[in-house]
Design a protein around this ligand. Structure first.
Ligand code: ADP
Ligand code: MG
Length: 612
């Protein structure tokens, strides 16, 4: 038998290597920008067409390349950044593998124009699927411009594997975000299909974050800073109340390189413990600086996973720093029903047992009586933490309901001005609805404001969690079968989730041909229109794509959001009372299932200040 092992031709080897480094347009954006940064550019423009399928162009004002280097740069393992094995342990540049350009040139057509400051003319090289097409002198600016055209033209399987334009482009932006956050001193411009998407001027770290994530971040960022012999850590963390379900604004960098680090993420989450409602996490932008010898960036081809020598020590340092900063800014989501003593409202975690507070009614209470402050030893109600809280005013609130069947004289509504007057839909001694959105009620420390939709979301969410965990089916209200035609994308979404949707009280069948039949809806949902309910359900599914690892309560969140009382719905007094009642029976009444605040108290002092 003859020997059968052969060396692969270079073009094939490059294509295989490309599979690792260049998975999609975003990988090219990343590699080219990183090269520009390594070349000490101060301004980088990225021009993209069709999310990178047709064109990705990166133009920099860096140091450029000589004619020979320009040609060499496309060779595999050709790099100017390391020379000997030892250099691998002290990498200060972003790139070092010498693989990117070879890989890109293997799967596309690349035009390179480059010129060094000291050279009069530049060099232009065209390479197609690893083959040199042309190389000649060209008049161009100092710096380097790479144009990558017709990506994966020779690897149809890869081309087919690319997702929608929006998705691929989003990934390109996300790569740009990562470098832009690490190098705020560099100017970045991005154009997509001839429209300018971003123009970031040189600035400091905080300004860059705000440029990228919006002005609202300005109020939200808490600075962290620490210097130890092992690591220097600085950056910004978000306040707990603005924590989100999505993890779009979570960034770790080490020596200016973006990294994923689940272990450090845990340190951070741990430091926020009890400050966050379930299933949300804060935003963060954290920059580590360590001796390059102390990290290994070599373990992952796209270099986002990084191994630290002193991982455990850094965990501790990070944890302590975050704790301290959170403490300094005294951020605790405490809603004081009374100002003294401060009550910490517990936050629901996975393991918290939900205690339903039993609210006792004080039958002697007359809501129209002047407040009697001596009445502090009236019976207390509730269990556990509710015991600690002096719920006197809550009792009053509920006590008011007791009278609900009796004739309650409407209190005189103060004369309100213009719009305000119209916005008051209903007035009772203790509750009123504002703009069909908020429920207002006086409490001891001021005015309680409840968001009606979020409150209802929370109530439904806890109910769904319960029925799901008990594998109990919701009771349905049967309907005259309703046939609904959907777009194929909508149809897919529904069919993918049909089992859980039905567990939540729907009776939906797939009818094929992008059609579904709705035979039943959850019985106790206030929304009377099943078609609208299905529309909202699909909306929520579209707007909140499921994130890996968060499957367990995903459908509970979606269903609760879809079926909650919408804004704009006028509520009767009974409905508002029931809502408040059920809300305060929830394990966590502070936050909606996706982490938004449900209630807020406008403090008396605030009001008094305003009316001074
Ligand atoms: P690496 O970045 O790992 O060294 P690449 O394949 O990305 O490998 O690039 C190969 C070499 O080409 C780099 O080491 C650098 O010398 C040169 N190079 C690439 N892009 C640029 C650029 N924009 N400006 C100057 N030199 C560049
Ligand atoms: Mg590189």
């Amino acid at each position: 038998m003859p020997d059968i092992i052969q060396l692969l031709p270079e073009s094939v080897a490059n294509q295989i290597a490309a599979g690792e480094v260049i998975q999609r347009p975003a990988s090219i954006v990343k590699e080219l920008i990183e090269n520009s940064i390594d070349a000490e550019s101060t301004s980088i423009s990225i021009i993209i067409k069709d999310a990178g399928r047709t064109l990705i162009q990166v133009v920099d004002n860096g140091k450029g390349m000589s004619e020979t280097d320009a040609r060499m740069s496309f060779e595999r393992h050709a790099t100017s950044k390391i020379r000997k094995a030892d250099d691998l342990y002290a990498i200060r540049s972003i790139g070092f593998r010498g693989e990117a350009l070879a890989s890109i040139a293997a799967v596309a057509e690349v035009v390179l124009q480059t010129k060094r400051e000291e050279d009069e003319a530049g060099t232009e090289i065209i390479i197609r699927a690893t083959n040199l097409v042309s190389q000649e002198g060209v008049a161009c600016n100092t710096g380097t411009a790479f144009s990558v055209k017709n990506l994966f033209f020779n690897v149809p399987a890869r081309r087919k594997f690319l997702k929608s334009e929006t998705y691929e482009f989003r990934l390109c932006i996300s790569e740009l975000q990562r470098v832009a956050l690490a190098f705020p001193n560099i100017e970045f411009k991005m154009q997509h299909n001839n429209t300018e998407i971003l123009h970031l001027l040189p600035c400091n770290y905080k300004q860059r974050i705000i440029e990228l994530f919006g002005k609202s971040k300005n109020q939200d960022l808490i600075e962290i800073k620490t210097n130890t012999t092992i690591a220097r850590i600085r950056g910004y963390i978000g306040k707990p109340e603005s924590a989100k379900k999505s993890q779009e604004a979570q960034f770790f960098f080490v020596n200016n390189r973006f990294m994923r680090h689940p272990y450090f993420h845990k340190a951070l989450m741990n430091a926020y413990e009890r400050l966050l409602p379930p299933n949300v996490s804060p935003s963060y932008f954290i920059y580590f600086e360590v001796e390059p010898e102390k990290i290994d960036v070599n373990i992952h081809p796209t270099k986002t996973e990084i191994k630290f020598e002193d991982e455990q020590a850094i965990w501790q340092i990070l944890h302590a720093t975050i704790r301290e900063s959170l403490g300094k800014f005294s951020i605790a989501p405490s809603i004081d029903f009374e100002t003294e003593p401060g009550i910490e409202i517990p936050v629901l975690t996975k393991n918290t047992k939900i205690n339903i507070p039993s609210i006792q009614i004080d039958p002697t209470y007359n809501p129209f009586e002047k407040e009697d402050t001596s009445q502090t030893n009236r019976p207390r109600t509730g269990k556990d933490y509710f015991k600690q809280a002096n719920l006197q005013n809550w009792e009053k609130l509920y006590a008011g309901f007791e009278n609900e069947n009796k004739e309650i004289p409407e209190p005189e509504v103060q004369k309100l001005f213009g719009d305000e007057a119209e916005s008051v839909i209903s007035v009772t001694p203790n509750i009123l609805q504002l703009k069909n959105k908020y429920i207002l009620s006086p409490v001891k420390s001021g005015l309680l404001v409840i968001d009606q939709k979020r409150a209802h979301e929370r109530i439904l969410y806890e109910k769904y969690l319960k029925t799901f965990s008990e594998k109990r089916r919701q009771i349905q209200q049967s309907l005259y079968p309703l046939v609904i035609e959907l777009s194929s994308q909508e149809h897919n979404l529904v069919v993918e989730n049909i089992e859980e949707i039905n567990q939540g009280g729907f009776d939906i069948r797939d009818f094929g041909n992008n059609t579904i039949v709705v035979n039943g809806c959850p019985a106790d949902i206030t929304n009377p229109n099943p078609k609208e309910l299905i529309d909202r359900l699909i909306d929520e599914l579209q707007n909140n794509p499921q994130q890996a690892g968060k499957e367990s309560d995903y459908m509970a969140v979606i269903l609760s959001k879809a079926s909650a009382i919408p804004y704009g719905k006028a509520l009767s007094n009974d409905e508002m009372r029931e809502l408040i009642d059920k809300l305060f029976a929830c394990g966590n009444y502070n936050y909606s299932p996706d982490g938004k605040p449900i209630l807020s108290i406008i403090q008396m002092e605030e009001l008094e200040k305003k009316l001074k």
